[in-house]
Design a protein around this ligand. Structure first.
Ligand code: FRU
Length: 509
């Protein structure tokens, strides 16, 4: 909130200071609910599922526990949006169900497609808006133990009500771990393509189908890149290369993090000919997001033709501590939707990520352009939900810090070291951290300056910070749980003077 310009009456002031005292002492757990990022009304969520656009509506399904705020009873929750920012919660789409042998089938992650030409036969011919969900049926059978196979659900009414296909499953290898089907329409050969993983084998498989019901194995890709954690939630999609007519293919996999035993998403760049994905040689593992809290992201299907760039949403959490984060009514939230493109660089193709346009939710805006910083300076701003855009000319400064969500000694610290060219985010003193010894952490990524400048776009939303550096060439998403709520911003420079040639903060509704 911006500092009020009008002097308040003494009585109001007393009340205000009394309330803020309370807030400063202990932040109400519900205040960890993001303002402009998606979170469920109540209960647990994880992966986004079935992201699909249809007739002006973006659908988001997601892994949801209808009965509590820890993982379990997995079902598909559902929300819709017309602008990808403001979401309307809808009833559960696909719910965990009981089997004849009194075991349960959970609805694990998957995707959704619009079956425009009724290839599946589930819809009336001529109706072009049938949605088919392709998900993992996760069943604990009394005879066979745990099994995972791929199954279908379908909806005639834009995702409001669903039926399960009576001949499920449609793809069964009789395996314990085989999941997360991601399906798209491959127009050149008029067929559906599914990517799906064998997690324990670090293997993605590609299948094709004409009717979504019978699937043929095309090829496999795996045992490359990061194999420190199992492979989950694959997605294969085409992507434009910036400034050219060229298109490439990207395979994303949710797996291990640069820092051992955390989770992240990696990607491979290559070509896909309708059968085989061939990755270009790469000397390093490529991560989508360098933070600890961006996982299981998938792109939207069926975007309008005007939207050439894939749009991805990820789950903001990390299995290392996901069930313990100190929220109460709800647990889990989604990233801001990000438009993806590819850039050709001397090191090969690299992903660029741009948060979708947030103008519809802009509130008050404040600029501190041309601010020279040597020493420390607290900005005349307080808030917990905003977009901060900065262009920093590092000048003679050796280290520049932006302390976010600062109350007294507590802060989430974003800093840049000119000597090492490392951008880092330190949440060790960000507030509540002791709920898991895996949580307190510092992330570092190499971000070379561009003409002596560092460009940042930082989305702060109460318990979440998403950082995009140098036009989205690097992204870093981390949760933080401030105990106090003064929401100050402190800038500092060590070793010399830095100039914030541009510093703009927009409050977001
Ligand atoms: C990824 C994941 C998926 C699985 C789902 C279960 O976060 O483990 O592989 O389908 O979550 O909720």
């Amino acid at each position: 909130m911006f500092k009020p310009l009008i002097l308040l009456a003494v009585a109001t002031l007393a009340l205000y200071s009394c309330q803020s005292q309370k807030q400063i002492q202990e932040t109400d757990r519900e205040s960890y609910r993001p303002n402009y990022h998606f979170s469920p009304e109540k209960n647990w969520i994880n992966d986004p599922n079935g992201l699909v656009y249809l007739d002006g509506e973006y659908h988001m399904f997601y892994q949801y526990n209808p009965y509590g705020n820890e993982w379990g009873h997995m079902s598909w929750g559902h929300a819709v949006s017309t602008d990808l920012i403001q979401w309307e919660h809808l009833p559960i789409a696909l719910e965990e169900f009981s089997n004849a042998d009194s075991t349960e089938t959970m609805i694990f992650s998957g995707s959704a497609v619009v079956d425009r030409d009724n290839t599946s036969g589930f819809f009336e011919t001529g109706k072009k808006d049938g949605i088919v969900a392709i998900f993992t049926s996760h069943v604990h059978s009394n005879n066979e133990g745990l099994r995972q196979h791929q199954s279908l659900g379908y909806s005639h009414d834009k995702g409001r009500t669903w039926k399960l296909y009576d001949k499920n499953p449609v793809l069964d290898l009789n395996m314990k771990d085989f999941r997360d089907p991601n399906v798209f329409w491959y127009a050149p050969e008029q067929k559906w393509i599914m990517s799906v993983v064998k997690p324990q084998e670090y293997l993605a498989q590609f299948y094709s189908s004409k009717d979504l019901k019978s699937w043929t194995l095309l090829s496999e890709f795996g045992k490359k890149g990061d194999t420190t954690k199992i492979w989950e939630c694959p997605a294969l999609f085409e992507i434009p290369v910036e400034g050219t007519q060229e298109k490439k293919w990207i395979l994303t996999i949710s797996s291990g993090h640069r820092e051992k035993n955390y989770l992240a998403m990696q990607y491979f760049v290559g070509d896909f000919d309708g059968k085989t994905f061939r990755a270009q040689p790469q000397e390093e593992i490529l991560f989508i997001d360098e933070g600890k809290d961006f996982y299981a992201g998938i792109p939207f299907n069926n975007l309008p033709d005007s939207q050439q760039n894939p749009i991805m949403i990820g789950w903001v959490n990390d299995w290392e501590y996901a069930n313990k984060i100190p929220t109460e009514k709800f647990r889990g939230s989604m990233s801001i939707p990000r438009a993806l493109s590819l850039k050709s660089t001397p090191n090969g193709y690299r992903l660029l990520q741009e948060p979708i346009d947030l103008k519809p939710i802009y509130k008050d805006e404040v600029s501190f352009d041309g601010l020279e910083v040597s020493g420390a300076e607290t900005l005349d701003f307080t808030g917990d939900s905003y977009l901060l855009t900065a262009e920093i000319t590092m000048g003679s400064a050796e280290l520049v810090e932006i302390q976010l969500l600062k109350s007294g000694e507590e802060a989430s610290i974003l800093s840049y070291d000119t000597g090492t060219e490392m951008l880092s985010f330190d949440r060790r003193k960000s507030g509540h951290t002791s709920f898991s010894d895996r949580f307190p952490s510092v992330e570092k990524i190499k971000v070379p300056l561009q003409n002596g400048q560092l460009k940042l776009k930082v989305l702060v939303d109460r318990a979440m910070v998403e950082i995009f550096a140098n036009g989205g060439a690097q992204a870093l998403t981390d949760m933080v749980f401030p105990k106090k709520s003064e929401g100050k911003i402190l800038l500092s420079a060590e070793g010399g003077k830095a100039v914030f040639s541009r510093l703009n903060i927009v409050e977001l509704k």
